[in-house]
Design a protein around this ligand. Structure first.
Ligand code: GTP
Ligand code: IMP
Ligand code: MG
Length: 333
């Protein structure tokens, strides 16, 4: 901090939502701002016995004082956004950039059938077709939509002003490094660059104003949709290991493989990561469930964390030990 960018290190669903909601409460940023593709993202956040699913708003909404912003590089489905604003009661602190792109029915229709759905396994959220229209310069912008008028703001100006005032700004990426249009396993990727540089461009944060980049890895790798997953386990083996997960947006079962150190190293390079957030250590090592300090982890779990640090040469600073926002080990000094 003051500016901390969070990005996914594998294929999305690394648990960024939980990491961001922890940081939004702990570091007290004045702004939590979303870059990334669009409502193809889905974060699940568990706080006490409450479970939230969020696709459009930043996952930092549990910090009741933070302004929640969506950058111009994102595409927004107004129906999904309005629903989340009312569900989380955040109308007074939600801000959408004038130039944020708008997903309409033609985009969701085009995404729900045909090549994108069948060949790529797209989420059907309209994100890809909307970004295609943006490239064609035909996409509507948030400034064209009367129902968004009360939320319109100059998001890059707000962020950069906050940083000038030494306030903390938490930047939320979505998807993951290997779903990036430029750096992922093309064509089985999303419709944008979702590495740290892309996320910063989405919100108008220049490279020299980035203080820290945290890449988030899950303790194993999952992938939804099509495309190669090296070392993919069978459904039976995935279930036997307790790694079976269901996608937040599409309800599809996620494919799974063991932690991939080569991918982790490449993700660190592509994102110029300064920190690693590691989630679901408790799934790999059940004896670590709900641990809050490194000392109380088992030797095997400690060795796994140390190996990640040795291989990537980047410190693991946050470790998730359960789905709850407070199931976390914070190793930042
Ligand atoms: P995308 O932006 O769609 O890539 O999503 P995401 O990275 O926010 O991840 P998502 O919420 O889709 O999936 C992660 C799941 O793991 C959620 O159900 C979280 O509640 C859960 N989770 C996150 N961290 C931990 C952890 O450390 N331990 C356990 N057991 N569950 C966790
Ligand atoms: P699209 O972004 O909806 O076009 O989907 C393209 C590919 O990216 C598909 O394989 C999707 O499953 C995957 N994808 C897109 N967004 C996410 C995400 O947030 N988490 C995980 N996978 C995603
Ligand atoms: Mg997700």
């Amino acid at each position: 901090m003051p500016s901390l960018v969070i990005v996914g290190g594998f294929f999305g669903d690394e648990g960024k939502g939980k990491i961001i909601s922890y940081l939004a409460q702990k570091d007290k940023p004045t702004i939590v701002v979303r870059g990334g593709a669009g409502p193809n993202a889905g974060h699940t956040i568990e706080d006490g016995n409450k479970k939230y699913k969020v696709r459009m708003l930043p996952s930092g909404f549990l910090n009741k004082k933070a302004k929640l912003m969506i950058g111009p590089g994102v595409v927004v489905n107004p129906d999904v956004l309005h629903k989340e604003i009312s569900e989380f009661d955040v109308a007074s602190r939600t801000f959408v950039d004038y130039n944020t792109g708008i997903i309409e029915k033609i985009h969701t229709d085009a995404d729900s059938a045909g090549r994108l759905k069948e060949k790529i396994g797209s989420t059907g959220s309209g994100t890809g077709p909307a970004n295609a229209d943006r490239a064609m310069r035909t996409l509507k912008m948030a400034r064209d939509i009367p129902s968004l008028k009360q939320y319109l703001a100059d998001v890059p100006a707000e962020i950069n002003l906050a940083l000038e005032h030494d306030e903390n700004v938490l930047v939320e990426g979505t998807q993951g490094t290997f779903l990036s249009l430029f750096h992922g396993s093309y064509p089985y990727v999303t419709s944008k660059d979702v590495t740290a540089s892309g996320i910063c461009a989405d919100i108008g944060l220049g490279p020299k104003n980035v203080d820290d980049v945290m890449v988030v890895f899950k303790s194993y790798v999952t992938r939804v949709g099509e495309g190669l997953l090296e070392g993919e386990l069978s459904k039976e083996e995935t279930a036997a290991r307790g790694w079976a997960e269901i996608g937040t947006v599409t309800g599809r079962q996620r494919r799974a493989a063991e932690f991939n150190f080569n991918m982790a190293k490449r993700a660190v390079m592509l994102n110029s990561a300064t920190q690693i957030g590691l989630t679901k250590l408790d799934v790999l090592f059940p004896e670590c469930a709900h641990a809050q300090s490194f000392d109380t982890l088992s030797d095997k779990a400690k060795a796994f964390v140390t190996k990640i640090e040795d291989e990537t040469d980047v410190p693991v600073t946050l470790i998730g030990t359960g789905p709850g926002v407070t199931d976390i080990i914070d190793l930042r000094s």
